[in-house]
Structures are given as structure tokens and as C-alpha cells.
Design a protein around this ligand. Structure first.
Ligand SMILES: C[S@@+](CC[C@H](N)C(=O)[O-])C[C@H]1O[C@@H](n2cnc3c(N)ncnc32)[C@H](O)[C@@H]1O
Length: 361
């Protein structure tokens, strides 16, 4: 049976499943879910197998909040023998389809991490064999399909493909970021990943560049401010808590000890607003819409704290409040949300207006 397999953070299988089922039904594609608790893998078994590829063409992966990566199955679960595993895989795959790349993947669990050593060893002979059989063709074919091997154990693997133009560039959808030693908190990786995920690299020169003004709400001790400073920006950091001395010494940071909900910049020259305040998500979403609609910033990245229950519903409601506010004022906008790897408890949102803000606010 054909399924769409989605990877998410372990513990968020229900949200990931609810989301794919809902978005598939908007496209009149139906199926049932198979979830294994805390495995970070969701199977959406399709009633009509041929609809798998159709769905992956219709739904941009960027539109899924909880899925990091996905593929449509091309094999059932394959039982691997103790010897001649490569031969068994090649035989199961057949030579009908060609792929531009191979990703060796495991669930994002402790067992999965152990398994990845086994995968690394197997990767070299498997790639060679797949190339020899022309199942794997030249890399860099952007329109090609990516072959995913999801190892559930050393004895069980499932294969599938994603479309190169609608897939995460990272193995298992997880970017591997290095913690910069000079950053004052580990939170820094959250904004680093958010910029990497939401802003295309080829636009960094215009949208993430030196000389811009930025505001960081809930900034202390300064992990997010660090990301802005290291890109050459001038930052106003708002928090009652202390900022790291090393950041203040750069001369690029002004620290204001006050409530982030009350701060209003004096001039409309702020490009980036970032916000990591631990606050009710409804309040944060409202504040962010106001900044954008009043033209106080051009782009915003912020976190929405997830509740213990009804997490998918809550995020949808918060995003809907923002969409309603933008629609009410007839502005075009871009609004994307993702449950990023370096941010366990929150969903990160990127918002920007694509048309000028209204003049009557
Ligand atoms: C998760 S920490 C921020 C970490 C920071 N982004 C970093 O990378 O170092 C949340 C911060 O929000 C601040 N905060 C919470 N509510 C706030 C408010 N209403 N106004 C200003 N700061 C607030 C807290 O003092 C705390 O320092």
C-alpha cells in the first residue's frame, strides 16, 4: 500500500498527522494515519496510491508546520537479510525509476542515532550499486526525484521518493548548525535556523544585511541579538534582564529595560523585528500584526509557544488571527510557520507584508 511518510519531532506525531490529513482532504485525497508514539514518523496510507505524487506536487512542504521532511513510498517495508543487503535492496527497488540523490535516514530517536552509524557504513556500497544499475543518476538534476531510505532498524527499511523542488535539502529535514562560541545563549541556534529556513540564501544580501536596523523583543541574554549583530545590524534589544557584555561592547546594541509590549520605535526605520518573549501566543501574534500593519518593521520572525494540548488547533487559530488582520486591511502578505529543529516547544513564524502597509492605522 502506498503511503506518504512524514518526519516530525518525536512527540508531535498527532499534530503532524492531523495536518497532512486535513491538507490532503482539501485536495480531495483521503487515507488513514498510522502513528508510532515518540518515533517522529507518521504514515499517511492513501486510499488511492496514484494520489501520492499528485499530493506532493500540490502541497508545498513549506506549508506544513509540523513535518520536517516527507516522501511517497515506493516499496513496502523490506526485511533486510544479514548478508547481501545491498543486493536485496537493489532487487526490491527494480530499475523502473531513476533518482538524482539518495538520503539515508532513520527516525530522530536515540535508537535512530545508533542506527545512523550502520547507515553510514552501508551508504557507500549502496550508492555504488545504485549508480551501476542507473537507479541513481547524476547528482544536481534539480528536477529529479530524491530517493529516501528510511531505516527502522538494521533489519527493516522502507524506500520512497520526494520531488527535488519540494523537499528539504537536509537529511531528515534537520540542518546541522554549529553553536557559535561567542554567542551568549543556545537560543541563538533558533534564529540561525529560522533565517536559514525562511529566507532564501540568494536574498540574504538584500534582506539580511549589514547596516539594517533591528529590534529584538525579549532579548536577554542576547542569543538572537548576536545573530543580528554578526550580520552587521544595529539592534535595539528589549528586556528587563541583562544583556551579555560582549554584545554591548560591539557598539551595535542599544539595551532598553522595559516591557516588549510597550516599546514603540521612534522612527520607521526598523527592517527586522524578532521576538522570543515567553508569552501567550495570541498576544504575541497580535503584537506582530500591529508592528507590520503600522509599518514599524518590514519583516518579523517570532515564536508562538505551544500549549500542552490542542497544539495544531492553537497554532492555526493564532495564524488565522494574523491572516484576518492582514485581510481586513487589504494587504498582501507572506506568512509561514514551522516547528524547527532547534526549537522544541515553539512554532517559529515568519511574516512580511508584500504590499505597503495601510496609511489609516
Ligand atoms: C527565551 S528568553 C529569550 C532568549 C533570547 N532570545 C536569547 O537568545 O538569548 C525570553 C526572554 O523574554 C523576556 N520577556 C518575557 N516577557 C517580556 C516582556 N513582556 N517584555 C520584555 N521581555 C520579556 C524574558 O525576560 C526573557 O529574557
Amino acid at each position: 500500500m502506498t503511503a506518504i511518510v512524514l518526519y516530525c519531532r518525536p512527540g508531535f506525531e498527532k499534530e503532524c498527522g492531523a495536518e497532512i490529513q486535513e491538507k490532503a482532504s482539501w485536495n480531495e485525497v483521503y487515507g488513514y494515519l498510522e502513528l508510532s508514539k515518540n518515533q517522529g514518523v507518521v504514515y499517511f496510507h492513501l486510499n488511492k496510491p496514484e494520489e501520492g505524487e499528485v499530493l506532493m506536487e500540490k502541497i508545498p512542504l513549506r506549508r506544513l508546520i509540523f513535518a520536517r521532511q516527507w516522501f511517497v513510498t515506493v516499496t513496502e517495508k523490506i526485511d533486510l537479510p544479514d548478508y547481501n543487503r545491498v543486493e536485496a535492496i537493489v532487487e526490491a527497488l527494480g530499475t523502473e525509476w531513476q533518482y538524482a540523490d539518495l538520503r539515508m535516514e532513520t527516525p530522530d530517536t536515540n535508537d535512530g542515532k545508533e542506527l545512523s552509524k550502520f547507515c553510514r557504513k552501508l551508504a557507500v556500497p549502496l550508492r555504488q550499486a545504485l549508480r551501476k544499475e542507473k537507479i541513481l543518476t547524476e547528482k544536481g538534476n534539480k528536477d529529479g526525484a530524491v530517493l529516501h531510505a528510511l531505516f527502522l532498524s538494521g533489519k527493516e527499511v522502507i524506500f520512497g521518493f520526494s520531488l527535488a523542488l519540494n523537499t528539504s535539502p537536509h537529511v531528515m529535514g534537520i540542518p546541522r548548525l554549529k553553536f557559535p562560541n561567542a554567542a551568549p545563549s543556545r537560543s541563538t541556534l533558533k534564529l540561525d535556523e529560522a533565517f536559514l529556513y525562511f529566507i532564501p540564501k540568494e536574498e540574504w544580501d538584500i534582506r539580511l544585511t549589514s547596516g539594517m536596523n533591528a529590534v529584538d523583543l525579549g532579548a536577554a541574554p542576547g542569543g538572537w541579538t548576536y545573530q543580528l549583530v554578526r550580520r552587521g545590524m544595529m539592534v535595539t534589544s528589549i528586556d528587563n534582564g541583562p544583556m551579555a557584555e560582549s554584545l554591548m561592547e560591539t557598539g551595535q546594541v542599544k539595551h532598553r529595560t522595559m516591557d516588549g509590549f510597550k516599546y514603540v520605535p521612534q522612527k520607521k526605520n526598523v527592517y527586522w523585528l524578532v521576538c522570543d518573549m515567553i508569552e501567550k501566543p495570541q498576544r504575541v501574534a497580535k503584537l506582530m500584526s500591529e508592528w507590520l500593519l503600522k509599518g514599524l518593521c518590514q519583516e518579523a520572525i517570532f515564536n508562538l509557544k505551544l500549549p500542552m494540548k490542542g497544539r495544531y488547533q492553537q497554532v492555526n487559530d493564532d495564524l488565522q488571527t494574523m491572516k484576518d488582520a492582514f485581510s481586513l486591511h487589504n494587504v498582501k502578505y507572506e506568512l509561514f510557520a514551522k516547528h524547527l529543529y532547534y526549537d522544541r516547544e515553539e512554532v517559529t513564524v515568519h511574516a512580511r507584508l508584500l504590499s505597503p502597509p495601510p496609511t489609516d492605522i
